[in-house]
Design a protein around this ligand. Structure first.
Ligand code: NDP
Length: 397
């Protein structure tokens, strides 16, 4: 049992706050802080019962963060602001003796590039300070890594082929919107594709490789090979993997909008002069796009995310598909947020719960697959994201 500080009052932050508040036996006190305090107050009012205290912080400033940590003295901080803030928050954790959990790896603001090296470089300092840092505890990264650890622990002697498949078969009724922070989302999906094969990383042009895959209760969807951060840690932590890829579904309408946005320069991250002031095109674009946190009300359909794994058990080939489907409407009815925020916020709460219960607690910096998957997956199913397993099925990949 302990006090938790959530940083970031967006779509994901609202779900984390809602879910954490459901477990007073684990989270004794809750503080929600973000750049805009009014957004924290709105979430706190939605959760009700004065369960959540709110505060303001600019998480780009280690000084402001340390002042916030010293004021509230949390045991754990859940970082659901943006990946740009990961390192400042980790620095403040070290300065104040606070444990750390996030859902997305660090990305410098001026370079559309993400990798774990920056955060892994904190391992020794967290070890020495006796602090735990849990990296990438959303759905993907997050649950996908825990499932891989679970498959390795219970079903396979060796995992050889891993394909993570992420389908959003939802319809929000907008011509174009992103399901989480537009800036981060567009940076992620417009970069080159990359996958791992036989010890090497192979690059592809953006959206060059695609295939029709069938998703449970959804049916066929065109799925595109993109690079995703958990591939980096999973091939390191499961060295028998020969090939690891990540697939995400996109509708034609979404891809057409994305192409136009890129072609006209609106996805740019370099500053341009506009009416005598510098603006960054993608930041301006974010300001005119729908807020992902507001998509929930009219969002229909569901997400279906899974791991398709092939390997060997007792000398025999085995294929395994583990997946979770989440209805946008069900997520909205429960928390006021759409399915993508929900599927990220629930695992973040479960990871925080594992930490508070002492089940995921060891000094250092770890990816989720380095912890015991069993209690986490039990908590996940109990807290709104039941998951399913299929054995010896056609994985299509
Ligand atoms: P939003 O843009 O909706 O929310 C981000 C929040 O962080 C906003 O409230 C924003 O404040 C706040 N924030 C941004 N910069 C700062 C700062 N410098 N100081 C304090 N607060 C700040 O994003 P989402 O909720 O959609 O996503 C949150 C995180 O979750 C992202 O890192 C995203 O990459 C990650 N994610 C992970 C997934 C996974 O499965 N692992 C899937 C989806 C998202 P303000 O409101 O003032 O702008």
């Amino acid at each position: 049992m302990g006090k938790v500080l959530i940083i970031g009052a967006g779509g994901v932050g609202s779900v984390v706050a809602y879910k954490v508040a459901q477990h007073p036996e684990v989270f004794s006190e809750i503080v929600l802080a973000s750049r805009t305090k009014a957004k924290c107050d709105k979430i706190a009012a939605y959760v009700g019962n004065n369960r959540i205290q709110t505060d303001q912080v600019d998480a780009d400033s280690v000084e402001q963060l340390t002042a916030l940590f010293n004021k509230h003295r949390p045991e754990l901080v859940i970082n659901v602001a943006l990946p740009y803030q990961d390192l400042t928050i980790m620095d403040a954790c070290l300065a104040c003796g606070v444990h750390y959990l996030d859902t997305a790896n660090y990305e410098p603001k001026d370079e559309a590039h993400f990798e774990y090296s920056w955060q892994w470089a904190y391992r020794e300092r967290f070890e020495k300070a006796g602090l735990t840092a849990i990296l990438g505890c959303g759905f993907d990264p997050g649950v996908t890594g825990v499932w891989t650890a679970y498959a390795h622990k219970h079903h396979f002697d060796e995992i050889h082929y891993l394909d993570i498949v992420d389908c959003n078969a939802g319809d929000h009724g907008k011509a174009f919107a992103t399901n989480f922070n537009p800036e981060i989302n567009i940076r992620e999906v417009t970069q080159k594709g990359k996958y791992y094969e036989n010890g090497q990383w192979i690059e592809t042009e953006p959206h060059q490789v695609h295939k029709t895959l069938h998703y449970p209760e959804v049916g066929p969807k065109e799925s595109y090979l993109i690079y995703h951060e958990e591939l980096e840690s999973l091939v390191k932590n499961f060295p028998t993997i020969k090939r690891a890829r990540f697939w995400m579904t996109f509708g034609q309408e979404y891809l057409t909008h994305l192409r136009v946005i890129q072609n006209i320069g609106m996805a740019g991250i370099e500053p341009v002069m506009f009416k005598g002031m510098e603006i960054i095109p993608i930041e301006f674009l974010k300001a005119v796009l729908p807020d992902p946190g507001d998509l929930g009300e009219n969002y229909t359909g569901q997400t279906s995310i899974g791991c398709r794994i092939r390997g060997i058990k007792n000398g025999r080939d085995l294929s395994y598909y583990v997946y979770q489907n989440c209805s946008h409407q069900d997520a909205y009815k429960e928390t006021g947020a759409q399915g993508v925020s929900y599927t990220t916020g629930v695992p973040a709460m479960c990871g925080a719960m594992m930490f508070m219960q002492g089940l995921w607690r060891k000094p250092g910096v770890y990816n989720v697959e380095e912890f015991n998957p069993d209690p986490f997956l039990k908590a996940l199913a109990q807290n709104g994201l039941p998951w399913h397993e299929l054995f010896d099925v056609d994985l299509e990949l």
